[in-house]
Design a protein around this ligand. Structure first.
Ligand code: HMN
Length: 297
């Protein structure tokens, strides 16, 4: 089966001044990301504000990214929704429009109580796109689900026909390693914490999905090359640059700040939807000055 390799950008959803989705901005950013070396696009995740969009908007954005990618890199559509019926219908849509893979968070208002319950939820969603590889999206900090992900994989692997792996967005390298090593590496476990990419590579990661690959893919490419060639000191320097960059972005609401940086790079993504608060013009100038001060620009 196709696996996720290299840097996958968790894409942003461009919004216009009136707050509606701006599909015209999808093609230019997609071309730029592919030119800067990303090997895939992850659409409508946390970064893409999937949870703040209506299902129709999610379908429109997913279709726009699939069209813009035009088969050059795989597109993974995040279809998680608190209504499992809606999640399933988003999965069906992803398959219809020719997306390459799907991924889904678990329901998160009422918490999933048991591993068996989690498998029931996720198989309901995965069945919507039976022909596509399915990646469970493990992001406990945002879903609030504290179930053991290793236990989930152990059982779900035989119960959800198209489950191929996980997007692992937590910081426990030992748990990530367990997932990678389960059943002789049966699962494709993709790393989701950009500021710890080097640690994940050392643990065996092959692919990573993240937001900051939108603005700094070349930095992370250099990190990966240095790591593969055994230049650990250099790899650490690139990771340290990423840590500094993310610290600076976190002086502001993170995703609105990321969209502002894309604006500075020539890609107008607009602001974010509430509850994420967009940056004022003054904030944007301050962010730019702070990024210049750490040598990002
Ligand atoms: C997505 O679902 O859009 C992202 O892939 C999630 C991704 O793992 C990001 N996590 C969150 O936004 C919570 C990271 O890229 C994160 O933004 C980065 O490590 C900076 O902290």
């Amino acid at each position: 089966a196709q696996k996720i390799d290299g840097l996958v950008a968790a894409t942003y959803t461009p919004l216009g001044d009136d707050g509606t989705i701006n599909t015209a901005a999808v093609a230019p950013i997609t071309n730029h990301l592919i030119q800067s070396g990303v090997s895939g696009l992850y659409v409508c995740g946390s970064t893409g504000e999937g949870m703040s969009l209506s299902s129709d908007e999610r379908k429109t954005i997913a279709a726009a990214y699939v069209r813009a990618a035009a088969g050059r890199v795989p597109v993974i559509v995040q279809v998680g929704h608190n209504s499992l019926a809606d999640a399933r219908s988003l999965a069906e849509h992803a398959q219809q429009i020719g997306a390459d893979m799907i991924s889904a968070t678990c329901p998160s208002y009422f918490k999933v109580g048991t591993v068996a319950g989690m498998i029931d939820c996720m198989s309901e969603v995965a069945q919507g796109a039976p022909d596509l590889p399915f990646y469970y999206y493990h992001i406990p900090a945002l879903t609030g689900s504290a179930l053991d992900v290793v236990d989930f994989l152990k059982i779900a692997g035989d119960r959800i026909a198209n489950l191929v792996g996980l997007k692992y967005t937590d910081t426990k390298l030992h748990e990530f390693q367990e997932c990678l090593e389960l059943d002789n590496g049966r699962f494709d476990v993709v790393w989701g914490c950009d500021e710890m990419l080097l640690g994940a590579l050392a643990t065996g990661a092959r692919g990573a999905i993240g937001s900051t690959y939108n603005i700094a893919a070349p930095l992370y490419q250099r990190l990966i090359t240095a790591f593969r060639e055994g230049h650990l000191t250099e790899a650490r320097q690139w990771q340290s640059m990423s840590v500094n960059m993310i610290r600076t972005l976190n002086h502001f609401p993170f995703h609105p700040a990321m969209k502002a940086v894309l604006g500075m790079q020539g890609f107008d993504m607009g602001g974010c939807r509430l509850p994420q608060e967009s940056l004022s013009g003054e904030d944007i100038s301050r962010l730019q000055a702070e990024l210049e001060a750490i040598g990002f620009f």
